[in-house]
Write a protein that binds this ligand. Structure first.
Ligand code: UDX
Length: 468
C-alpha cells in the first residue's frame, strides 16, 4: 500500500470533489477548501452540493480521511496541493483565470518550509503552470524554487461517469520537474498499480488492468488536455459533416461510421452523428485553443470548422422540420430532452436551448420534456418561451412534431402505439438517430433522422452485416 500523504484540494466543484474523494479512497488524508461558506457547511453536514453518481457514497465511505474548511492554513502541512477551481470562458472566449490566480495567491501566503507540490487540475491555458510558479515566487515569503514545484495533471472525466473515469483512467498525464513527478507517482501509486479496493458504487471494469503514465513538461501536459478534447470535438463534427452529404447522395451515416470505425486507426467512438456536442468542455476548449492561436497570430482553421459545423447542426434540425411542416407558425413542437447529454441535469450549451429559441422565433409553440433537468431549467431557462411538459403524454398530445434532442434511455422505450395516435401529425425528428424500430411502416409515422435518406426500418446498424 502507498504511504499516506497530506493533501489539500482547493475548490469543491465537480473536479475538486472527485479528486478529494479519489485521493481519500486511495488512503490519503485530504482537506477540501472552498471560499463559499455554504458549500463547506453542506459538506461538513455530509451533503454533496453536486449531482454525480457514486460521489456521495465515496465521500461518506472515506469521511474519516476527509475534512472541509474555508481556512487555507492546512496548506502549510500539505505534501500536495491541488488547484481545482473553475475557469469559465471570458467575453472573448479565452478562459478567465481569476479563480486560479486567487487560489494561487492564497496558497502563496501559507506555503510551508518542506517540499510541496502544487498541482493544476483545472483546464487552464497553456503557460498557466509557469505563471502560477512566478506568482508563488513573487508572493510567497517561504518560496524556494527547489522545494515548491508546480505540476500540471489534467483530468479527462466525463460528467455522469466521473468516478469511473478517475478510478480507471486510460492514462495519467503529469507535467513538471522530475522531482515533483516522483511525488505524484507516489501519490497515485495505488491507482497506477490498481491495488485499491474498488468502491461498491464503481466496480473495476472487466479486462481493465492499469493506466498508462505520461511524464512530460508543464506545457505539453496542458496542451494534451486541450488537444484531446479538440480531437473528440473534431470527430463528432466530422461525422456530422459526412452525415449531411450522406443524406444528399443516398448513403446512410450509421452504416458509414460502422464501416469506417472498424479501421482500428479510426475507431467507432465519438462518431455518432446527430445534434453535435454541448456541455461545458468541448465548446470552451476548442474556443480556448483558437484564442491561444490568435495570441500567437496562428490560425487554426480545422478547429474553427469543427465549431461551425457543430452549431450549424442545430439549424439543420430546424430545417428538417420546416421541410415537413412548411411553416411553424402556430404549430406545436415538442422537444424530448433538454440536458446536453443523458444522465445529467447539466444544461450548459445544450442544443435544446438553441432549438427552443429558433423554433419560438419561427412562430412555433414549444413544449419541452426531460427526465431530470426540468427543475433546473425552470431557473436557468426562465428567459426562454416554452411550456414544460408534465410527462410524455403531455409532450405528445396534439403535437405537430416531436424532436428527440437528447438520447435518454427513457426515450428508447417509448410506447409508440399509445403516443403516436395522440399527435396532431405523426412526425418525429430523431435528431440523435436513436430509433431502431420500423415506426414508419407500422404506425404511418414520418421519422426523419440525421444522415439517413432511406426509411429507417430498411437499414439500421443492427442489420449491417459485418463478415469477419
Ligand atoms: C468531455 C470529455 O469527454 C472529457 O474527457 C472532458 O474532460 C470534458 O469534456 P463531457 O462534456 O462530460 O466530457 O461529455 P461527453 O460525454 O464527452 O459528451 C460530449 C458531447 O458530445 C455530448 O453533448 C454528446 O451528446 C456529444 N457527442 C458525443 C456526440 O454528439 N457524438 C458522439 O459520438 C459523442
Amino acid at each position: 500500500a502507498a504511504q499516506a500523504m497530506n493533501v489539500t484540494v482547493i475548490g469543491t466543484g465537480y473536479v475538486g470533489l472527485g479528486t478529494a474523494g479519489l485521493l481519500a479512497h486511495l488512503g490519503h488524508q485530504v482537506t477540501g477548501i472552498d471560499i463559499a461558506p455554504d458549500k463547506i457547511a453542506q459538506l461538513q453536514r455530509g451533503e454533496v452540493p453536486i449531482h454525480e453518481p457514486g460521489l456521495s457514497d465515496l465521500l461518506a465511505e472515506n469521511a474519516e480521511r476527509l475534512s472541509w474548511t474555508s481556512d487555507y492554513s492546512s496548506v502549510k502541512e500539505a505534501d500536495v496541493i491541488f488547484i481545482c477551481v473553475g475557469t469559465p470562458p471570458g467575453p472573448d472566449g479565452a478562459p478567465d483565470l481569476r479563480y486560479v490566480i486567487s487560489a494561487a495567491s492564497s496558497i502563496a501566503h501559507q506555503l510551508g518550509e518542506q517540499c510541496q507540490v502544487i498541482v493544476n487540475k483545472s483546464t487552464v491555458p497553456i503557460g498557466t503552470g509557469d505563471y502560477v510558479e512566478r506568482l508563488l515566487e513573487e508572493l510567497a515569503p517561504n518560496f524556494s524554487a527547489a522545494q515548491h514545484l508546480v505540476v500540471s495533471n489534467p483530468e479527462f472525466l466525463r460528467e455522469g461517469t466521473a468516478l469511473h473515469d478517475s478510478l480507471y483512467p486510460d492514462r495519467i498525464v503529469l507535467g513538471g520537474a522530475a522531482k515533483a513527478l516522483e511525488t505524484m507517482i507516489q501519490l497515485y501509486a495505488p491507482l497506477l498499480e490498481q491495488n485499491f479496493t474498488p468502491p461498491a458504487s464503481t466496480p473495476r471494469p472487466e479486462g481493465y488492468t492499469r493506466p498508462a503514465t505520461v511524464k512530460t513538461t508543464l506545457q505539453s501536459a496542458e496542451m494534451i488536455k486541450y488537444a484531446a478534447n479538440a480531437f473528440l470535438a473534431l470527430k463528432i463534427s466530422f461525422a456530422n459533416e459526412i452525415a449531411g452529404l450522406c443524406e444528399r447522395v443516398g448513403a446512410d451515416i450509421e452504416e458509414v461510421t460502422t464501416g469506417i470505425g472498424l479501421d482500428e486507426r479510426i475507431g467507432h467512438r465519438f462518431l455518432q452523428a446527430g445534434l453535435g456536442w454541448g456541455g461545458s468542455c468541448f465548446g470552451k476548449d476548442t474556443q480556448g485553443l483558437i484564442s491561444a492561436g490568435r495570441e500567437h497570430n496562428y490560425a487554426m482553421p480545422i478547429l474553427q470548422a469543427a465549431i461551425d459545423i457543430n452549431y450549424r447542426q442545430r439549424q439543420v434540425i430546424v430545417e428538417k422540420l420546416l421541410r415537413q411542416l412548411k411553416t411553424l407558425k402556430g404549430k406545436r413542437v415538442s422537444l424530448l430532452g433538454m440536458a446536453f447529454k443523458p444522465n445529467t441535469d447539466d444544461l450548459r450549451d445544450a442544443p435544446a436551448h438553441d432549438l427552443i429559441e429558433r423554433l419560438h422565433r419561427l412562430g412555433a409553440h414549444v413544449t419541452a420534456h426531460d427526465p431530470v433537468a426540468m427543475p433546473r431549467a425552470e431557473h436557468e431557462w426562465s428567459h426562454l418561451s416554452y411550456t414544460p411538459a408534465r410527462d410524455l403524454d403531455h409532450a405528445f398530445a396534439r403535437a405537430d412534431a416531436v424532436i428527440i434532442v437528447t438520447e435518454w434511455d427513457d426515450y428508447q422505450h417509448l410506447d409508440w402505439n399509445k403516443l403516436l395516435p395522440t399527435m396532431r401529425r405523426r412526425l418525429i425528428i430523431d435528431a440523435r438517430n436513436t430509433i431502431r424500430q420500423p415506426l414508419d411502416h407500422m404506425l404511418q409515422a414520418t421519422v426523419k433522422q440525421v444522415g439517413r435518406s432511406a426509411p429507417i426500418f430498411i437499414q439500421s446498424v443492427q442489420t449491417v452485416s459485418i463478415v469477419k
